[in-house]
Design a protein around this ligand. Structure first.
Ligand SMILES: [Zn+2]
Length: 207
């Protein structure tokens, strides 16, 4: 790749130009617009390295699912959802990875008469996710905007070029498969530091 051709690579992989970032909920109010459907996958929390690792499935040889030295609770992967949102603080498209609590509240909106979604299965309005508490005590509450708002043409254009969330999940699983888990060592796998709420570059690279 020539460096002056980076924009082609960014376009192909849906990275750069603010679209390669992950969205992290900060304490307090987080205003976002959900712009794609969300896809589910499973991940394990590795307490040794304090990171989450994508599960590739027990039958596919997931090192966590098959590690009988772990307690049953720790062997069990947790569902997570991935999709694209617009971060209303900077207007950029970001990938959101979130758990059941947020997704359940969003789906309640979708199933309500007052807040039902558009024909494309997406909300017609922004939502605000309020994050409070820390660690296992963290709570999320989802509040819908009272008024619908249209996406701009520029936003629509950017959304069309995004990588499908399923492709991102496939890339994450491929990294997990390549990874070997050793005590105290960080596997070559997508990682998410849940304590700091940060996702390292390791996860973004290769997507
Ligand atoms: Zn697993």
């Amino acid at each position: 790749m020539e460096f002056n051709e980076l924009d082609k690579v960014e376009e192909e992989y849906g990275i750069g130009k603010g679209s390669g970032d992950w969205f992290n909920f900060k304490d307090g109010l987080n205003k976002i617009r959900i712009v794609t459907l969300f896809e589910v996958f499973a991940q394990h929390w590795d307490n040794t390295i304090k990171k989450s690792i994508a599960c590739v499935g027990k039958e596919n040889g997931c090192v966590y699912c098959n590690d009988m030295s772990l307690e049953e609770k720790k062997r069990k992967p947790r569902p997570q959802w991935i999709g694209w949102v617009i971060d209303r603080t900077d207007g950029e498209l970001k990938l959101l990875k979130t758990g059941y609590s947020v997704i359940k509240q969003v789906s309640e909106l979708a199933n309500s008469d007052d807040y039902k979604f558009g024909k494309d299965g997406l909300p017609l309005y922004d939502i605000t996710v309020k994050k409070s508490g820390e660690g296992l005590q963290t709570e999320y509450s989802v509040i819908a905007d009272r008024k619908d708002s249209k996406l701009t043409d520029i936003e629509k254009e950017k959304i069309e070029s995004l990588k499908h969330p399923l492709q991102i999940i496939v890339a994450m699983k491929e990294k997990s498969e390549k990874g070997e888990r050793k005590e105290g060592e960080i596997p070559n796998a997508p990682v998410f530091n849940e304590e700091s709420g940060e996702i390292t570059d390791e996860e973004i690279q290769g997507i």
